[in-house]
Design a protein around this ligand. Structure first.
Ligand SMILES: [Cu+2]
Length: 212
């Protein structure tokens, strides 16, 4: 805790003096064209806070995530009730798809994104597997950067995330939408914490009929 606080203080000071300006400008370029999804993890159901494609997140449990094939999404969820939850994406047969790149993210970053309106663009700074900052549509940097990201060149994809039990803690994954994605789920509570994923293919219009 103390370490974290003093580090944040350092980062704030560094940002104020402009020491991190160059770093932020560099990593910002990697964050383009990413969509951010925010969910709340509750035993009775996933709560939609920020949904892809400008969909309204108003009060719906287990909202359908409408994704565009080939688009990369960063999904963050916050533990809302102190019960252990995790996150997986499954195909229509219920198989966990090994497509998730785990990212670390701080709870205050989640809060800052959650405070932006749904139609406001958000750009993430992601480096070394860490979401180190977030910018809003006007280009202003809302959080300090993480100056010590380290070199994590190995991107290991997982089929499900680790169980997160601490209330208020945030977990993040990055994935690219593919047609076999059918639902997102908490493996601990597969009956209540499960929602549909609809993946729209890039080219077509009017994809009303089933694909199988
Ligand atoms: Cu759960």
């Amino acid at each position: 805790m103390t370490e974290n606080t003093s580090r944040r203080r350092f980062l704030k000071a560094a940002a104020a003096t402009g020491a991190l300006a160059g770093l932020n400008a560099t990593v910002l370029a990697q964050g383009q064209n990413e969509e951010v999804i925010l969910l709340g993890g509750y035993t009775q159901g996933w709560q939609g806070y920020r949904l892809p494609g400008g969909a309204s997140a108003s009060g719906t449990a287990n909202p359908t995530l409408t994704l565009q094939e080939g688009t990369t999404y960063t999904l963050m969820w916050q533990n809302g009730d102190g019960v252990g939850h995790n996150f997986a994406i499954q195909d229509s047969q219920g198989n966990n798809l090994q497509v998730l790149e785990p990212l670390t993210v701080q709870a205050d970053t989640f809060s800052q994104i959650n405070q932006t309106s749904e139609d406001q663009n958000v750009t993430l700074d992601i480096t070394g597997g860490n979401v180190t900052g977030v910018s809003n549509g006007t280009g202003g940097n809302m959080t300090g950067g993480n100056a010590t990201g380290g070199q994590q060149t190995t991107q290991s994809l997982v089929a499900k995330t680790q169980i997160l039990s601490e209330e208020g803690a945030v977990q993040a994954v990055r994935f690219t939408a593919t047609p076999e994605m059918a639902q997102y789920i908490c493996i601990v509570h597969p009956n209540t914490m499960v929602g549909d994923i609809e993946v729209q293919s890039g080219g077509g219009s009017g994809n009303m009929t089933g694909s199988m």
